[in-house]
Design a protein around this ligand. Structure first.
Ligand code: ADP
Length: 158
């Protein structure tokens, strides 16, 4: 059986923190699907097509990493992909509390799917997409917080 994991998120946009989690997890699974959750109620800053494009460019050197998008429940998406693992990153105690509740509810919905958490590297703890959006909106330099290969594209998107 192939070990398939899904890394769900908004990736609005991808950050160095997300990139680090994916690169480390790519060594642990046969296949890792980075999946952009499209939520009709949640308005994004960057369009989903661009978020997907930047994810694909960032991970084009990793043959076992695929990028996709989905609507609806993450556990249902995992089942449709034969994925038995949901991967999430943890930065702080606040992340833990949030992830604990989502992860435990997912476990109640589908007991066969395991939650896997990777701790962020210390230098990535303060990095998050919402800060990147704020800097972008105000014309600041996002370069230190996003993968080098897509920094220019994200910076120039308007
Ligand atoms: P969501 O809206 O689902 O939280 P995000 O794109 O914000 O989507 O985050 C996706 C996942 O990446 C989450 O598990 C989040 O905790 C993790 N993550 C976000 N930023 C970092 C970071 N700097 N270091 C490690 N993990 C991170």
């Amino acid at each position: 059986m192939k070990r398939i994991a899904v890394f769900p998120g908004s990736f609005d946009p991808i950050t160095t923190g997300h990139e680090c989690i994916v690169r480390r997890a790519a060594l642990l699974f046969d296949e890792l699907i980075v999946a952009v959750g499209v939520n009709a109620d949640k308005k994004s800053y960057f369009p989903v097509e661009k978020r997907i494009e930047w994810l694909k460019t960032t991970f084009m050197d990793l043959p076992n990493v695929h990028v996709d998008s989905y609507h609806g429940l993450t556990v249902e998406y995992c089942i449709s992909k034969n994925a038995e693992y949901i991967l999430r990153g943890l930065r702080t105690a606040a992340d833990f509390e949030f992830e604990r509740s989502v992860g435990q509810v997912n476990k109640m919905l589908h007991a066969d799917i395991e939650n896997i958490f990777l701790l962020s590297r210390p230098e990535h703890t303060p990095v998050n997409s919402s800060i990147v959006r704020d800097i972008h909106r105000n014309g600041g330099n996002i370069q230190p917080f996003v993968p080098a290969i897509v920094a220019k594209q994200i910076m120039e998107w308007q």
